[in-house]
Design a protein around this ligand. Structure first.
Ligand SMILES: [Cu+2]
Length: 192
């Protein structure tokens, strides 16, 4: 019975020890670590909004953005400004493109000739000129099937003048088939 006097100072020391666990439970560092996740959520929400508006644009102009069923690989070995070039589809068949006059001058009437190689007859054949690293607007012409040769399509086009000294273009032969559009790209450069 001499001990009951001891418990009196004890509550003080207990309080002190209680403070430590409470400090450890402080979630401040954990919350700081959770912040990037919140930021990521916002990025995801913004990306989703951009995707939704992108789909809206895509659906509003199906002619502008045809569903590309297959895109032929680029063939850098051939220069379309100096010769007729061919592109092969991975699924078989190909396209030969020729644009005259050579050099593909801007603001000059161009004669376009497309020859289909081992491909079914498309509903429509078009040639599209697109700026590779620059938006050059809508430059697309429809090609007409030749009377003599069913695999031959011809048409007239014109390349717009670029403000830049050097411009990289992609001429795309678009074959519109029931299964989707097949695109055969040919890259070239123009200089002023
Ligand atoms: Cu340009």
């Amino acid at each position: 019975m001499s001990q009951p006097a001891d418990p009196k100072p004890d509550p003080v020391s207990h309080e002190h020890t209680d403070v430590l666990p409470r400090r450890r439970r402080d979630p401040a560092p954990g919350r700081r670590r959770a912040d990037p996740r919140v930021a990521l959520l916002w990025v995801a929400a913004a990306a989703l909004a951009a995707a939704v508006s992108g789909v809206a644009v895509y659906k509003a102009w199906p002619g502008l953005f045809p569903r590309i069923a297959e895109r032929a690989p680029l063939s850098p070995a051939c220069d379309i400004t100096t010769a007729a070039c061919a592109a092969r589809f991975a699924g078989g068949g190909g396209v030969q493109l020729d644009i005259l006059p050579r050099g593909i001058p801007a603001a000059h009437p161009l004669a376009v000739e497309v020859r289909l190689i081992d491909l079914p007859v498309p509903e429509r054949v078009e040639l599209d000129f697109a700026g590779v690293d620059m938006d050059m607007g809508y430059n697309r012409v429809g090609l007409t099937p030749s009377q003599d040769a069913p695999e031959l399509y011809t048409g007239n086009a014109m390349l717009p003048v670029c403000v830049r000294e050097r411009m990289t273009w992609e001429a795309r032969v678009l074959l519109h088939l029931p299964k989707g559009t097949m695109a055969a790209p040919f890259r070239f450069e123009t200089t002023r």
